[in-house]
Design a protein around this ligand. Structure first.
Ligand code: HEC
Ligand code: HEC
Ligand code: HEC
Ligand code: HEC
Ligand code: HEC
Length: 459
């Protein structure tokens, strides 16, 4: 089966006949190609078969309030996404409607009803709710085994909207809908379908969160995405540090149902503090900041210290609580970097790396822990459809660390030095935000993840 699909991919992209028999065949296996998304019947499904989150809210008000304002609830409306999607269609062609839509509005994609008006993508109300209740709870299986890499990728799941809502309980009853136990919902493979974004032609791993997790100590210990992103942030930090889930997480999933010993929350917060705030949820933004502020640790060592001579500052950055690389996913645009300032007795700066210039760009000599993406000719790009490879990937693996050395000239005329090291995070460079959002782009805040200050007596 896999071999057939590989050759189908090959033929699809490299045959010069636009509408060959192979084109028809691949549409049978992946009807919304290049998205790997499908429905149980393999046919498009009208969006009226999906229920609005406001219906679920009636009996699941707490869950609704957690989800509302999350990145999932913004997945379609997110202005940064909308702008890049527009550009994708312009530059890479109409296939981008299904490709990007498969994850950002799976409902709009299986309904084939995303349209564009005045440069803005629109769909039915329920499709514009992004990654919503009735999408996730009507997912029935993963198709990772028949994906081109054998990994979950590019929306490789099957959805079957209807009366049956699938979830983690084996004994759950509701008068409104049928409930069915789904092991998939309790596993990272559920999230992985969307949290692994591969180039549809080359399968280059552009966003790799699931795979990073899969080969980490967290996967070995059975700690899933849900155990960090569907629990209060304090619980996630404990779980990451102890590599053990709590025995109990009590809660009441429905206001017309029983109390449960174990219940997951639905904020789905990562590191994005910009979009939730822009779309009206300060709460999700604050949780993102808290997550970032507990994600890494810094260790600073100073060697040398002889006046007028060279000294060395060694900084070790450790990924303490992220279950995947730090940062992860859109690593070609996310920025995480070291800002280091060394000052003398009078407060004069004797060494600096990692500051921002007046336009908000990070000092190009800063130690940056992200990926540098290039196109097939080797030119830098942040457009996913152009990415051929990463020239480097300096992200930090789960529980791993990176060590950076700075050599400075120790001043002659100071008794002490103060070394101030900061680890910063920014969702996108200001220039990328300006390119996508134009003159109305908000100022993208720099979030201080952690810092260390050290005073050194010179010899
Ligand atoms: C396999 C699923 C998938 C596909 C396909 C996909 N995305 Fe995404 N996209 C995601 C996920 C998951 C995130 C969130 C990652 C994160 O925030 O770290 C995301 C985030 C983004 C963001 C960042 C949003 C923000 O505000 O930070 C942009 C922009 C974006 N996608 C654009 C696109 C475009 C354009 C396409 C099509 C060319 C596309 N995506 C295809 C899953 C997908
Ligand atoms: C009339 C009330 C009501 C409405 C409306 C409602 N539910 Fe439920 N739902 C319940 C009750 C009660 C339970 C059982 C809770 C329990 O067992 O702890 C439940 C359980 C669930 C479960 C757990 C299933 C399992 O087996 O693990 C999921 C998932 C779920 N609902 C999703 C939804 C979604 C999605 C919607 C909106 C489309 C929705 N519900 C609308 C009352 C409702
Ligand atoms: C991104 C997918 C996703 C979205 C969106 C989502 N859920 Fe869930 N939900 C899950 C997963 C996964 C679980 C099970 C977690 C586990 O047990 O490991 C779950 C669990 C549940 C449960 C069982 C109780 C609990 O919280 O553990 C209910 C009820 C539920 N969801 C209802 C809803 C409702 C209502 C909405 C919309 C307001 C919603 N879900 C949105 C994925 C999602
Ligand atoms: C149907 C596709 C889909 C599924 C399934 C899915 N996600 Fe997402 N997720 C997305 C998209 C798309 C975004 C980015 C939305 C945006 O651009 O605004 C996102 C965003 C997120 C974010 C916020 C990232 C940030 O930058 O702050 C987290 C955390 C997250 N997802 C976790 C999960 C977890 C955990 C699961 C499994 C329980 C899951 N997702 C399942 C598509 C999905
Ligand atoms: C041990 C806890 C833990 C586990 C397990 C975990 N995460 Fe995370 N995740 C974090 C922390 C902490 C952050 C914030 C730091 C960062 O951005 O990497 C984060 C950030 C994210 C982000 C936002 C990244 C960004 O900077 O834009 C996404 C998306 C995400 N996680 C998805 C997932 C998915 C999908 C899985 C499962 C495959 C998963 N996470 C498993 C702790 C965890």
């Amino acid at each position: 089966m896999k071999r057939i699909i590989y050759s189908l991919f090959f033929l699809f992209f490299f045959s010069s006949l636009a509408l060959s028999a192979d084109d028809v065949k691949i549409k049978e296996v992946f009807p919304f190609f290049p998205s790997l998304l499908t429905t149980k019947s393999g046919q498009p499904v009208n969006s009226s078969h999906f229920e609005s989150p406001s219906v679920c809210m009636g009996c699941h008000p707490d869950i609704y309030n957690q989800w509302k304002g999350s990145m999932h609830s913004n997945a379609f409306k997110d202005p940064v996404f909308q702008a890049l999607w527009n550009l994708a269609e312009k530059e890479a062609g109409p296939e981008m409607r299904n490709l990007c839509g498969g994850c950002h509005t799976a409902i709009g994609t299986v309904a084939q009803e995303v349209r564009k008006e005045d440069g803005k993508f629109l769909a039915s109300e329920v499709a514009m709710e992004g990654v919503s209740c009735d999408l996730c709870h009507t997912i029935v299986e993963t198709r990772m085994k028949i994906s081109p890499t054998g990994l979950p990728q590019n929306a490789s799941f099957v959805v079957e909207p209807g009366d049956v809502k699938r979830g983690p309980y084996k004994d759950s009853k509701s008068t409104y809908h049928k409930s069915e136990y789904s092991e998939l919902h309790t596993k990272s493979e559920f999230c992985g379908s969307c949290h692994n974004v591969f180039h549809p032609v080359s399968n280059f791993h552009i966003e790799n969160t699931y795979t990073e997790w899969k080969f980490s100590v967290y996967a070995q210990k059975g700690i899933q995405c849900q155990d960090c992103h569907m629990v209060p942030v304090e619980v996630a930090i404990q779980t990451a540090k102890t590599l053990k889930k709590p025995d109990k997480l009590p809660g009441r999933p429905s206001n017309v149902g029983p109390m449960r010993d174990y219940m997951y929350t639905h904020e789905f917060v990562g590191g994005n503090a910009v979009i939730p705030k822009l779309m009206g949820s300060d709460k999700h933004s604050e949780i993102a900041i808290k997550r970032l502020q507990n994600a890494a640790s810094l260790d600073v060592k100073f060697t040398g210290g002889k006046k007028g001579d060279l000294s060395e500052i060694t900084v070790k950055v450790k990924n303490e609580t992220a279950g995947h690389n730090l940062p992860t996913s859109l690593t070609e645009v996310r920025e995480m970097w070291l800002e280091i300032t060394v000052t003398d007795d009078k407060g004069k700066v004797v060494y600096k790396s990692g500051g921002l210039d007046k336009d908000g760009n990070v000092d190009p000599s800063a130690e940056m822990f992200n990926a540098y993406a290039v196109d097939e000719h080797g030119y830098h790009t942040v457009k996913p459809w152009e990415i051929a490879r990463f020239e480097y990937n300096n992200t930090i693996p789960p529980k791993g660390s990176k060590t950076v050395k700075y050599t400075i000239l120790t001043p002659k005329d100071s008794k002490n030095l103060k070394v101030d090291v900061k680890l910063n995070y920014r969702s996108y460079p200001q220039a990328v935000a300006n390119m996508l959002l134009g003159p109305n782009a908000p100022k993208i805040p720099t979030i201080l993840m952690t810092s260390k200050t050290m005073n050194v007596a010179l010899k």
